[in-house]
Design a protein around this ligand. Sequence first.
Ligand SMILES: Cc1cc2nc3c(=O)[nH]c(=O)nc-3n(C[C@H](O)[C@H](O)[C@H](O)COP(=O)(O)O)c2cc1C
Length: 350
Amino acid sequence: MTEDARWLSGLEEQARARLSAPVFEYLAQGAREGRTAARSVDTWSSVELHPHVLRDVTDVELGTDLLGTRVGVPWGVAPTTLQRAVHPDGELAMARATAEAGGVMVVSSNAGTPFSLIGDTGVHWWLQAYLPADRTLAVPMLDRAVAAGASAMVLTVDTPVVGTKYPAGDVVWDVVDPALLRVNFDVGHDGQPGSDKALDLGPHDLDWLAEHTGLPVVVKGVLRPDDAVRCVQAGARAVWVSNHGGRQLDRAVATATVLRHVIAAVGKQAQVYVDGGLRSGLDVVAALSLGADAVFLGRLPLYALTDGEPGVARMHREVGLQVVETMRLSGCRTPADLAALSAPSAPNRL
Ligand SMILES: Cc1cc2nc3c(=O)[nH]c(=O)nc-3n(C[C@H](O)[C@H](O)[C@H](O)COP(=O)(O)O)c2cc1C
């Protein structure tokens, strides 16, 4: 099997050509002027690798441990809304292809597919949740996720309000069938008082979520070392460095810029994941080389989903081929070997 790097880099254009303008714009857009969205992509290519030589790279192993569970690859699928507007098979196609690749799928609480069907694919999956002002309104949805086999809760904390976008034409919400999203909430949930996103999230919510679900909590949307430390002190098992793909606070820092500082602050007390602007296997390696325990892809698998399950399967395959080649060229045999490849320790003296 050989890699076709042009296929991965052509995915955005393929999605633009295949999707209606409002759906494509929903996927690609950033908040306001889109500065963070654009910078997040660019910054990964400025991460320089310091490859080792004279190391046996015959056998390369991609598996790694996430929250105490072995997974097949160190990248996963980030939670994204409206997968069924991209392809009718939506989350099911994403789940089947990701299960086959051995990755983790993080399912958006806005998903358009019942959690039970996603669980039935056998994919290793975590639920992403936003908490509403009245926390108790989230309980039926959370319980459905636990019953369907979610093995972690990812609490998104960067969205007290939805960041403003400047649409070029029709807005997706005016054209998309409402049946394509939020099918795991009780009927009538969104009209109830207290169903808006919480403006008062705090560290105590991590406790509440962990206690209610009995699952490890990952906090998604952290960009500062001091906040990462607060999350860990509040019981987070992992901190997910994210600027929401530049869709929330425009001018927020690129994740590649802050990742190393967050890892230094958290130390070994929790895992650190990252997303935002990763578009290739080389970007995945760049993030792992800064010390991330895992990397998540948002738009890349969404763009690949325009080809349904085979598209997402091919995306995983092409990313994997790039990662393996890059590991061999860097003298690395495991994801752990990659850590610190962008910051070598001082050379030993003879
Ligand atoms: C179309 C779209 C929908 C998204 N929906 C959600 C969501 O429901 N929940 C969430 O926590 N993040 C959501 N995100 C953010 C992603 O989880 C992730 O942080 C981001 O896409 C990573 O950047 P990338 O797209 O450049 O890879 C969404 C992103 C996109 C592009």
